[in-house]
Design a binder for this molecule. Structure first.
Ligand code: ZN
Ligand code: ZN
Length: 336
């Protein structure tokens, strides 16, 4: 087990896009870890985040063609402590000025704002499944988005009970929304157009993109979805949270980009042993079996990407989302 506490790496995002042309540039905004460069002084996380934000803004400015920004690449309930700098899972795609957000883990609002994409451009929000690392900042995004000019006809898509959740959230925020609406003479956000999906198939289509969904393996969450976005100039597929699945390979067939979840088993094993040593009443075999039934070991991600014949593989939703695991540790097993 190699814990490289601090490395020269300054990116948290692991991908294999470097060999690709500028056309397929991935703007990167995953919060960067505190890093010590080989011969330099420590750089604060804040400075790094700003740099990542500036890079993303530069990449998006006057962008011709569709861009994908990784807003958060960390998995699971952790990731918010001072030693953990990856945000929870969320992404934004920008195409012809329209923004499409996929998943809303903690950090989505700040990270979206850092891209410089205006909130009035936010057109649709997609949720893969109802684990908190994918949906917990959905309600806040609606309210903060609204006050910053998000259109009232924004649409949301995801598995049930997204409709009920949206209504309940807006009911909970009503007093808050009304205060600002009154202060700023704005039309209050009272409802959101929600489309629920429980099965594979088409999700939506507009002038930029056609979106379809698949049902993936993420017990006991049912349904958990993966998505494919076919923009006019590029296609981007997302595995969502899933065990290694041929369904994902099929869905992603021929896509330009596959954003796939990834799990690094040696680190999970070390983590679980550590928790048991601390006295947590968990059984090693049980938890490992759960992890394997729910998530994809990173070596399988490489195989799935190859099967699908995708051009760029992006490893995301990293399990565990520890900063100490460097990019090469993630990349090598997938590259095999
Ligand atoms: Zn997750
Ligand atoms: Zn999940």
């Amino acid at each position: 087990m190699r814990w490289q506490s601090v490395t020269g790496r300054t990116r948290t995002l692991t991908d294999t896009s470097r060999a690709l042309s500028r056309r397929t540039l991935l703007a990167r905004l995953a919060a960067a870890p505190v890093a010590l460069t080989a011969a330099a002084a420590p750089v604060t996380a804040q400075t790094q985040a700003k740099t990542a934000a500036e890079q993303a803004q530069a990449a998006l400015k006057g962008a011709k063609g569709t861009k994908l920004v990784l807003l958060g690449t960390g998995a699971g309930p952790g990731g918010q402590g001072p030693e953990r700098t990856r945000k929870m899972t969320s992404y934004v795609m920008l195409s012809n000025g329209a923004a499409y957000v996929l998943d809303c883990g903690v950090g989505v609002i700040d990270q979206y704002a850092r891209t410089g994409i205006p909130f009035p451009g936010l057109r649709s929000i997609f949720i893969t499944h109802h684990h908190a690392d994918h949906n917990i900042e959905y309600g806040p995004l609606l309210v903060v988005g609204w006050i910053n000019g998000m259109p009232l006809d924004v649409r949301a898509f995801g598995p049930p009970p997204l409709k009920q959740m949206t209504e309940d959230l807006l009911r909970a925020y009503k007093t808050t929304v009304d205060f600002w609406a009154d202060d700023l003479k704005m039309k209050p956000l009272v409802r959101v157009d929600v489309e629920e999906m429980s099965a594979a198939g088409p999700v939506m289509q507009d002038d930029n993109v056609t979106v379809s969904a698949i049902v993936v393996e993420h017990p006991p969450v049912k349904p958990a979805l993966g998505y494919r976005f076919d923009f006019k100039d590029r296609s981007i597929a997302f595995s969502g949270d899933t065990a290694a699945s041929e369904v994902v390979a099929k869905m992603a067939k021929g896509a330009d980009v596959l954003v796939h979840e990834a799990m690094y088993l040696p680190a999970i094993e070390t983590y679980i042993h550590g928790e048991i040593a601390k006295g947590r009443p968990i059984k090693f075999e049980d938890l490992m079996a759960h992890m394997k039934a729910d998530h994809t070991p990173v070596e399988d991600v490489g195989r799935i990407a190859q099967e699908a014949g995708i051009k760029t593989l992006v490893l995301s939703h990293l399990i565990p989302a520890f900063d100490g695991i460097n990019d090469d540790t993630w990349r090598a097993p997938a590259a095999k």
